[in-house]
Design a protein around this ligand. Structure first.
Ligand code: PMP
Length: 434
């Protein structure tokens, strides 16, 4: 590991040579030098229990032995030739995924990131429908390209880079209902509003409705159970495809099922994923039906997409998730964590909302009158870090803690997480303004 003074040097150089939007989570950026299983270590040798796993990428824990072993073998066999040729890991992965994806989803296209997976999905949807109008949710995050930043309803990206044809719908955010209503007497007004949006803001037809089953960067905003059925059935009446972004919710993250959308009982026309798919190696994935895929015959490939190394990692991740029943583990330990956090909520009024599913739990911090409290979240982040726990941040106002440990987290790991979050919150609560 690097020496302490090297850490300071890295922090200084980070600020000098990298874009300023990076490494902003803590007051003093954390320098990570090593990871193994549930832990990472910083430049001073301090150990942290990781409950954010590289923003939900390191789904099996750091440097998982089976993934590492199979990737190392592949690195010695074939690293890259591009999608101009047939390579075994990519074909095996596509075949595997056709068996695991919902409904009739069958044909895959691989890229290197979630951003590209969503770009691909939208190009396909527009090509297939011959229509450009896309409906997307506020508080969503779909990536960092011009199109996906326009889609994103978080962090004010959109104003800087609008792409035509993108229309934003209020999200199913019950804690702060955009219509000031309460579920279930609201009668899903937020879903039904899509019809008026289509009638007033589009050509009258729709290429796609794009959404995350639970909004990730937006702060783990979790819709009412009937939301997706309602909104997707309206969109389909206007010819639109449902593009489901499983970048954060996929791979058992939400518990019980492999895909977040399975909780909501709707089958996507196009689905995307990335992040946890290869335990930290870069891969993006778009899958659609045979019929829809036929609309994409443009002669363009992704140079690195589905390269043998990333595809091998993804195959190893799938094997481990299925063999070890990790979606069920996510449901079980997630329930325990959720119950524990709800109990803490009784003690700390600044924990305004605790929500999510499986190992995707959001805690929205507020001052009196539900005023967003990003200052309290920053204090909680610092106080948990000091005690050796890493959690994440999200939400339009940066006031939602995101707790999303590796899928093989144990109940005793969760107990430690809860104890640290409790102790840290005792330090934060006094700063709540009433
Ligand atoms: N979709 C969702 C739901 C995401 O959370 C992210 C990343 N935060 C992306 C897409 C973009 O993925 P990437 O950073 O790999 O481009």
């Amino acid at each position: 590991p690097a020496m302490a003074h090297e850490g300071d040097d890295l922090r200084r150089k980070q600020r000098e040579y990298l874009f300023p939007n990076l490494a902003t989570l803590y007051e003093e950026p954390l320098v990570i030098v090593r990871g193994e299983g549930k832990y990472v270590w910083d430049d001073q040798g301090r150990q942290y229990l990781d409950a954010f796993g590289g923003i939900l990428t390191v789904s099996l824990g750091h440097c998982h032995p089976e993934v590492t072993e199979r990737v190392a073998r592949q690195l010695r066999t074939l690293q890259h030739v591009s999608t101009l040729y047939v390579t075994e890991p990519q074909v095996r992965l596509a075949e595997r995924l056709a068996g695991l994806a919902p409904g009739a989803l069958k044909r895959s296209f691989f890229t290197n990131s979630g951003t590209e997976a969503n770009e691909t999905a939208l190009v396909v949807a527009r090509a297939h429908t011959g229509c450009d109008d896309v409906i997307v949710l506020r508080h969503s995050y779909h990536g960092r390209s011009m199109l996906t930043m326009t889609l994103g309803g978080t962090h004010g990206y959109r104003a800087a880079t609008p792409v035509p044809g993108v229309h934003h719908l209020a999200s199913p955010y019950c804690y702060r209902c955009p219509f000031g209503l309460t579920y279930p007497s609201c009668d899903l007004r937020c879903a039904k509003d899509v019809e008026e949006l289509i009638q007033t803001a589009t050509s009258g037809r729709v290429a796609a409705f794009v959404a995350e089953p639970i909004q990730g960067v937006g702060g783990f905003i979790t819709p009412p159970p009937e939301y997706f059925k309602e909104v997707v059935s309206i969109v389909r009446r206007y010819g639109g495809l449902f593009v489901c972004d499983e970048v954060q919710t996929g791979w058992g993250r939400t518990g019980t099922y492999l895909w977040g959308i399975q909780h909501w009982g709707v089958e996507p026309d196009i689905m995307t994923s990335a992040k946890g798919m290869a335990n930290g190696l870069p891969i993006g994935w778009t899958i659609t039906t045979d019929d829809i895929a036929q609309s994409f015959r443009h002669s363009t490939i992704s140079t690195f997409g589905g390269n043998p190394v990333s595809a091998t990692a993804a195959l190893a991740v799938i094997d481990v998730i299925l063999e070890e029943g990790l979606a069920d583990n996510a449901a079980r330990v997630g329930r325990f964590l959720m119950d524990g956090l709800k109990a803490l909520q009784e003690k700390y009024p600044c924990m305004g909302d605790v929500r999510g599913m499986g190992l995707m739990i959001g805690v929205e911090l507020v001052h009196g009158g539900k005023r967003p409290a990003p200052d309290l979240l920053n204090r909680w982040l610092e106080a948990t870090r000091k005690r050796g726990l890493l959690i994440g941040k999200g939400g339009l106002h940066g006031n939602v803690a995101r707790i999303a440990p590796h899928l093989n987290v144990t109940r005793s790991d969760a107990e430690i997480m809860l104890r640290i979050m409790d102790e840290a919150m005792a330090e934060v609560q006094p700063y709540m303004e009433v």
